[in-house]
Design a binder for this molecule. Structure first.
Ligand SMILES: NC(=O)NCCC(=O)O
Ligand SMILES: [Zn+2]
Length: 589
């Protein structure tokens, strides 16, 4: 990159320190009279924190191109945030989260144990309307929900889904209707899906995604935007996307010739993210190497699904992860690595975090529990159904990922739910590069993580909550509206019954896909009830049905605490020209 890039060496802050003293809308806590252990007073909904409009000059590296849009690093105007602020309304009540004031029935969840990311305690929860009104002993409401013997946890957040994604010449078969209902049945109350821009750009694609989700979603939803190239249009649209409540932009370093971006494009987009207070997400695999390896194995006659795994070795992921982190550091922006699947990638994240670089890592439930032997199955369908990128790894990588979750070097467990039918997968018979990449997991993430993580002692129940909801809510800047059980938070909760058990099977799943990669897994620990904004939307044994159109869009503001802190540090440590008086200059040049 040419320019000197200052590395910062501050201590890594635990995720939850960033939110101390805030209420459910990120407001200072002083105006909120609701307390745990007593009946809540009125919640103050004004006084949203002042958000910073930009962090110009925070970037140490020189421009790649000369035009402002070409680098993404122009001085950020306050426009994006100002537009969002206007939508937030005069008193600061977010338009995105309308709180209807009509008189609604109240509900008390009784007899359960609340498990939060930071502690476990016994208390009742009073829900009024869509939010938690109070937490304490002997609360009374119009209705009671029995949580005797159960744990009450924040509803899960899956930050990585691709519902009805157009990809590799087809469209992921899991619909918004089936996918979001499957999510609720497994305890996940919010999904964050990736908008893929087509030829008409980001805003047109966003409309498309809004339409599909609004009509069909039973669960709440939010969006990430993908950056699949770089131009003035990308530069301009990103600001508008942020103004529409999206604070995350995904970059694919793989899928050469399709979604892949190069280093200079990624650097430009990352700088734009820094200026807008947005977080770049990265699919980290070296796309050039993958493409070359694919051709090599095909030429050698290795055409089956195992070729998919061979052409995407862990080194390809480790190299790209490290590169993405370094590019983000050069651009002065935190970065989030999606589907971290290998020790090589985890090592790059761990090393960077120890240097104080702001990077987050997201293993998938599939990579934690399934391994590469799936690709050597004699049944072509079985192996192809498991083709996803990055591929499943050998078991040693699983130990690394589990360790990362308990050590805190990896923060979030997601699914990358991108489910194709067996018929769709069969397009790749004779050529593994044509098998649509993606697997399912939305419905099974929480039960499988509980069974393989908590039941084995690899995770505490509190860590389970952290990695399934609280951490990602903080990263996405929606905590504690989501990801928390606190007065004022949305009443998104799962009443988790550790005694309920089942054997996972495609025959009984809510997903409409004809197979399940976790087929035969025995899990104990399942939702007795799932609540979305105060309503029971899944009830074990009650034949709950999808409720298309019930899900609401969750908009997210830019400049979470981590972005602000990093911008501040980068500004402080940015390269500065040395002022030299004439006497210190060479004479006669
Ligand atoms: N992961 C995968 O194989 N498919 C979905 C697209 C992506 O995230 O790479
Ligand atoms: Zn990906």
């Amino acid at each position: 990159m040419g320019a000197h890039i200052p590395m910062h060496a501050g201590p890594v802050q635990p995720l939850n320190t960033a939110i101390a003293g805030q209420n459910a809308h990120g407001c200072p806590a002083s105006g909120n009279t609701a307390v745990i252990g007593g009946v809540a007073g009125p919640l103050r909904r004004s006084g949203l924190p002042r958000q910073r409009g930009g962090d110009a000059g925070a970037v140490g590296a020189g421009p790649v191109f000369s035009a402002a849009w070409a680098t993404g690093g122009m001085p950020a105007s306050c426009l994006a945030w100002a537009r969002l602020s206007r939508r937030v309304g005069a008193k600061g009540t977010p338009v995105a989260r309308p709180r209807e004031k009509e008189k609604t029935m109240s509900t008390v969840i009784k007899g359960g144990t609340i498990v939060a990311a930071d502690r476990t305690y016994e208390a009742d929860i009073l829900i009024e309307g869509e939010t938690i009104a109070a937490i304490g002993k002997d609360l009374k409401g119009d209705k009671t929900l029995d949580a005797e013997g159960a744990l009450i946890m924040p509803g899960g957040i899956d930050p990585h889904t691709h519902l009805e994604m157009p990809f590799m010449g087809t469209t992921a078969a899991e619909t918004w209707e089936s996918g979001t209902f499957a999510a609720l049945s497994g305890g996940t109350t919010l999904v964050v899906d990736f908008v893929i821009p087509g030829p008409d750009g980001m805003l047109a694609a966003l409309e498309d995604w809004h339409g599909k989700a609004k009509r069909q979603a039973s669960a709440d939803y939010s969006f990430h935007m993908c950056v699949t190239g770089w131009s003035k249009q990308h530069f301009d649209e990103m600001e508008k996307v942020v103004a529409r409540g999206i604070n995350t932009f995904k970059h694919f370093m793989a899928y050469k010739g399709a979604l892949m971006v190069n280093d200079d494009e990624m650097f430009a987009s990352f700088q734009r993210c820094a200026a807008l207070g947005a977080l770049p997400l990265v699919h980290a695999e070296n796309g050039d190497l993958v493409a070359a390896l694919q051709q090599k194995y095909l030429a050698e006659g290795l055409t089956g699904p195992e070729g998919h795994a061979y052409s995407r070795p862990p080194e390809v992921e480790g190299e790209a992860t490290n590169r993405a982190i370094m590019i983000a550091d050069a651009a002065g922006v935190p970065v989030y690595i999606v589907h971290t699947s290998s020790e090589q990638a985890h090592e790059a994240i761990r090393r960077a975090r120890q240097k104080g670089i702001r990077v987050f890592g997201e293993p998938l439930i599939q990579h934690l529990t399934l391994d590469e032997t799936e690709y050597f199955n004699r049944q072509w369908d079985h192996a192809a159904q498991r083709v996803m990128s990055p591929p499943f790894r050998d078991k040693s990588h699983q130990d690394s990922l589990w360790a990362g979750l308990s050590a805190g070097s990896l923060q979030v467990v997601a699914t990358d739910h991108c489910a194709f039918t067996t018929e769709q997968k069969r397009v790749g018979v004779g050529n593994f590069t044509k098998i649509p990449n993606g697997t399912g997991g939305l419905e099974d993430r929480m039960p499988v993580l509980w069974a393989k993580g908590v039941e084995t002692g690899r995770l505490t129940p509190n860590e389970f909550v952290a990695v399934t909801s609280t951490n990602i809510a903080q990263i996405l800047n929606i905590y504690p509206q989501k990801g928390a059980i606190l007065p004022g938070s949305d009443a998104d909760m799962v009443v988790w019954d550790p005694k309920l058990s089942k054997t996972i099977s495609a025959a009984t799943q809510k997903s409409i896909i004809d197979y399940n990669v976790f087929e035969g897994f025995k899990v104990s620990g399942l939702p007795r009830y799932t609540l979305s904004r105060g309503e029971v939307v899944w009830s074990e044994g009650q034949n709950s049905q999808p409720r298309p159109g019930r899900g609401k869009l969750v908009e997210r503001r830019p400049f979470p605490a981590v972005s602000k802190a990093l911008s501040q540090w980068k500004e402080l440590t940015a390269p500065r020209a040395v002022t030299r008086s004439a006497e210190h200059m060479p004479i006669g040049v």
